[in-house]
Design a protein around this ligand. Structure first.
Ligand SMILES: [Zn+2]
Length: 217
């Protein structure tokens, strides 16, 4: 019985990355950057009242949970409602030696009709490899997000946001929906929809790494 158990755990340990669970020994580290926090509330709107800093944390906690279930190491730039400066967020990613960086945000527009999801990457001219990898990560996350949520796709876009520009690993910034759109805001506040968004982000990250491993073999 013990031998069977040993053999079974050996098989689990040596499972290839293409399996459902990744080998924890060399599991990638994913840095989830939780947008805003503390005095920086981010986008906000009333009826129902909603603050960006609160739903980014909700989403990030769920993404962390799903990624850990798949075997990834996850580091969040904040796990409570506190203010973290942009340079500090980049520093946390560096210290964690993150393999990728995913910043979670929600959108706002003067037009209440604006809706949907968009994902940004920094198109670095100096580091084309990082730009290409970031674009692939953005594509993977957006396609999974749209599949899970059925939201309007606003596409993958080039962006010059501090955290995706100044980090050194492949990095994206997800704008998961519009707080300024009453319909979308109501969805964003629901647990059911939050789970869909978080699953989409986690699946997109997992799909990105699996595609890389397939290519490497
Ligand atoms: Zn934001």
């Amino acid at each position: 019985m013990q031998i069977i158990l040993l053999l079974f755990s050996f098989l689990l340990m040596s499972a290839t990355p293409a399996g459902s669970l990744i080998n924890t020994a060399d599991a990638p580290t994913v840095v989830i950057d939780v947008g805003h926090g503390g005095t920086d509330r981010g986008a906000k709107a009333g009826n129902p009242y909603c603050e960006e800093k609160r739903i980014t944390l909700l989403t990030a906690r769920l993404v962390k949970q799903y990624l850990e279930q798949l075997g990834y190491h996850v580091v969040m730039t904040r796990s409570t409602d506190n203010f973290i400066s942009l340079p500090r967020r980049v520093e946390i990613a560096k210290q964690a030696q993150g393999n990728i960086f995913v910043s979670v945000h929600y959108n706002s527009s003067r037009s209440p009709e604006a809706k949907g999801i968009e994902v940004f990457f920094f198109d670095s001219k100096e580091n084309k490899n990082r730009a290409n990898a970031s674009k692939k990560l953005a594509d993977s996350i957006l396609s999974r997000l749209i599949r899970k949520t059925d939201a309007n796709s606003r596409g993958v876009k080039k962006g010059n946001f501090y955290v995706i520009r100044e980090t050194s690993m492949p990095a994206v910034l997800v704008e998961g929906g519009f707080i300024s759109n009453p319909k979308e805001r109501a969805l964003l506040k629901s647990r059911d929809y939050q789970e869909k968004i978080a699953q989409g982000i986690a699946d997109g990250i997992d799909g990105y790494f699996k595609a890389r491993w397939r290519k490497a073999r």
